[in-house]
Design a protein around this ligand. Structure first.
Ligand SMILES: NC(=O)c1ccc[n+]([C@@H]2O[C@H](COP(=O)([O-])OP(=O)(O)OC[C@H]3O[C@@H](n4cnc5c(N)ncnc54)[C@H](OP(=O)(O)O)[C@@H]3O)[C@@H](O)[C@H]2O)c1
Length: 330
């Protein structure tokens, strides 16, 4: 069957070095989240004044008919897809069906509506967790689908892989300028600090902060502290997203990270130095470390001309300042 009702731009040429007009209608899906809110700040800073956002209560992205009607009414020219059901190890372990169901639906509805209503370009955010569990390090885009996934977040990873593949499929079948990117671990203002569902950076900031408030000297951290991880400040990710929307139009997904990693011990020491320098860090080796290393190869992104600018120390300071302010507001 031939699809006849889509309106994707069928321009053969790639949309690169394409300066998006400041009055373009740009829809940020997930604008209240960690990544989406940073993208909105970045767009505002750069002078974009026609940014479209809509709350989840008005537009549940899992509902195809509502999403289609919203796109028909608002006709976004550019879409940054930063909506998703996300969480740490525990949430992934206990809610795999939700992670799979919600993310598959959210990306399917948005991509379909963007195609049907003529969106010029769309950026979908995947995740570095879609690389194989035993991936060679650093992880290059060519390593995708070369081995089994990490079992602790398999459902989420399968959904995110489907999102990356969906962008490729719309490009091939309909000529859509849909691209995807794979960010590494992100941290920053607006993160989720709930101990039941937070990621490692937010969890440690909260842990050290609470230890400081209760004047307890010892802070216990899961694992041996030897595993290595890469962390990207969310404002840098927002900058990379706009850069890619302007300068990248390839079928292959692209890694977004710093290209540098630290041990969890080094990371915890950095957090302690910002939040609670008097803390004594104790590791609990009976708890799992997860994979020993997860570092992105960012060679392709660097070759395009984008590099992160925020050091871990500066990013953590800014994040903690925001966290303290939120605590004060209540
Ligand atoms: N955080 C990371 O370390 C990281 C790393 C790599 C990739 N990513 C990717 O980046 C994207 C955003 O992640 P994040 O950390 O910013 O997540 P987040 O803070 O949890 O934000 C997710 C956003 O999605 C919205 N959303 C969730 N379900 C929705 C629904 N049914 N309908 C409409 N909106 C819905 C949320 O709306 P509400 O505000 O109403 O809840 C929220 O604004 C995800 O695709 C994730 O895979 C994140």
């Amino acid at each position: 069957m031939t699809a006849t009702h889509g309106r994707c731009s069928r321009k053969k040429s790639r949309l690169v070095n394409n300066t998006i007009p400041l009055d373009a209608r740009i829809y940020v899906a997930g604008h209240r989240g960690l990544v989406g809110s940073a993208i909105c700040r970045r767009l505002a800073d750069e002078g974009y004044h026609n940014v479209l956002t809509v709350s989840r209560s008005e537009l549940d992205l899992r509902d195809p008919a509502t999403v289609d009607a919203w796109f028909a009414g608002n006709r976004p020219e550019y879409v940054l897809h930063a909506a998703g059901t996300v969480g740490g190890i525990e949430a992934n372990r206990t809610l795999p069906a939700d992670f799979l169901h919600d993310n598959l639906l959210m990306q399917a509805t948005v991509l379909q509506a963007a195609w049907r209503h003529g969106t010029t370009k769309l950026l979908y955010l995947g995740s570095s967790c879609i690389y194989p569990r035993d991936c060679p390090q650093p992880m290059h885009e060519d390593h995708l689908l070369s081995g089994p996934l990490e079992p602790t977040n398999e459902a989420y990873a399968v959904a995110k892989l489907a999102g990356v593949k969906a962008c490729q499929a719309y490009r091939r079948q309909h000529g859509c300028h849909f691209i995807s990117a794979l960010p590494t671990n992100v941290y920053g203002p607006g993160d989720n600090y709930d101990p039941g569902s937070s990621h490692v950076a937010a969890a440690l900031i909260r842990k050290f902060h609470e230890a400081k408030l209760s004047d307890s000297k010892e802070v216990v951290i899961w694992g041996t502290g030897k595993a290595k991880r890469e962390f990207l400040y969310v404002e840098d990710l927002a900058s990379a997203c706009l850069f890619l929307l302007n300068h990248y139009d390839e079928e292959q997904t692209i890694n977004v990270g710093t290209g540098r990693d630290v041990t969890i011990r080094q990371f915890a020491e950095q957090v302690a130095s910002v939040v609670y320098p008097a803390a004594r860090i104790v590791f609990d080796p009976t708890k799992p470390d997860g994979p020993p290393r997860k570092l992105l190869d960012v060679g392709r992104l660097h070759a395009l001309g984008w590099k992160h600018t925020t050091s871990l120390a500066d990013g953590l300071r800014a994040t903690y300042a925001w966290y303290v302010q939120q605590e004060a507001i209540g």
